[in-house]
Design a protein around this ligand. Structure first.
Ligand SMILES: NC(=O)c1ccc[n+]([C@@H]2O[C@H](COP(=O)([O-])OP(=O)(O)OC[C@H]3O[C@@H](n4cnc5c(N)ncnc54)[C@H](O)[C@@H]3O)[C@@H](O)[C@H]2O)c1
Length: 314
């Protein structure tokens, strides 16, 4: 048992299973008290079961900290306000917030229902915003806080997950924003993209999905191999959960607004989006850009090293 998070109070969503559970335990191992929040839903977000949250809370208590299970839906604004209030009234503060709850509803965009889009956005993006919103009100008063959001490498673009990719991209932007709004109050906000073997990432459905996409020419064999390598590199999230505990600790007081990747084998940091090539003009005296000029300059001056990720097929 470490002492780095002693007397800290943590709220972890999605803590009943997979990565959230490993993170809750890693925080508890460093002495944090934990509110274990999880609705206990199926992979697609349906159903509910208090069992997983109760189980994780029990495992945390075995480590000698205080822990309670809390069953509520992160997409519900009022319910998340209650969740934050429950943490403060149970432990006296809310020092660490880890937004990890998530679901999947993969379909190609032309087959995706509005409900599948809305639900995935509601759980990931709205859920993360809800908890940041309520936690930041408390953390601002405390002048202390650590927020760790969970994104995915899918945020940089994938296939068959337009809802999920959009939600995870939104979480990256939200993280950049919260970091800048809250840094002055002693609150940091970072995100990590995990690679782990959990029910969301490994299973017959996922294997068949990848195989089908390759057969349909949507991903190359090379890309499929790369994804399989990523999945092999992934492991029990216990391997990298200590990284989240590190982000929640005093040692990371000056780490704010970063997006990391975390797996058994790799901890990496993504670059912040930046303009890499540009051309400019004197807009006060020159005419608007002409299409003829753009046809010439965009390929040669902006996109000379660019490769289209999905060129048209005959
Ligand atoms: N497994 C991976 O390799 C991987 C890769 C990238 C991102 N992620 C992200 O990691 C996070 C955790 O995923 P996991 O792989 O551990 O999956 P998981 O299914 O094992 O755990 C997710 C947990 O979130 C809970 N949950 C879902 N919707 C909820 C809601 N509305 N309210 C409260 N709780 C809810 C579920 O009950 C479940 O216990 C997700 O945000 C996922 O998108 C996972």
């Amino acid at each position: 048992m470490g002492q780095r998070l002693r007397r800290r109070s943590a709220l972890v969503t999605g803590a009943g299973r997979g990565i959230g559970r490993a993170v809750a335990l890693a925080l508890a191992r460093e002495g944090a008290n934990v509110l274990v929040c999880d609705l206990g839903v199926a992979m697609d977000g349906t159903g509910s079961d208090q069992g997983p949250a109760e189980d994780t809370a029990g495992e945390c208590r075995k480590l000698g900290v205080e822990a309670s299970a809390y069953s509520a839906d992160v997409s519900d604004f009022k319910a998340t306000e209650e969740m934050v209030r429950a943490c403060v009234s149970r432990f006296g503060s809310l020092d660490i917030l880890c937004n990890i709850a998530g679901i999947l509803r993969p379909r190609m965009i032309f087959n995706m229902s509005e409900e599948d889009f809305d639900r995935v956005l509601a759980v990931h993006l709205k859920g993360t915003w809800n908890l940041c919103r309520h936690a930041c009100a408390v953390m601002r008063q405390q002048r202390y806080g650590r927020i760790v959001n969970c994104t995915s490498e899918a945020y940089a673009g994938t296939v068959g997950h337009s809802n999920y990719a959009a939600a995870k991209g939104g979480i990256v932007s939200l993280t950049y924003d919260v970091a800048r709004e809250m840094g002055r109050y002693g609150v940091t906000c970072n995100a990590f993209a995990p690679r782990a073997r959990t029910r969301l990432s490994v299973g017959d459905d996922q294997d068949q999905g990848l195989q089908k996409r390759m057969e349909a020419g949507l991903i190359s064999e090379e890309r499929l191999q790369g994804m399989e390598e990523t999945r092999r590199e992934g492991a029990d999230p216990e391997h990298f959960a200590p990284f989240v505990a590190y982000l929640a600790s005093d040692a990371a007081a000056n780490v704010n607004g970063c997006v990391f990747v975390a797996s058994r084998a790799t901890i990496g940091v993504w670059n912040h989006p930046a303009i890499i090539h540009k051309f400019t003009r004197d807009w006060e005296i020159e005419e608007p850009w002409s299409i003829a000029e753009l046809e010439k300059r965009v390929p040669s001056e902006l996109l000379s090293e660019y490769v289209n990720p999905a060129p048209a097929k005959a």
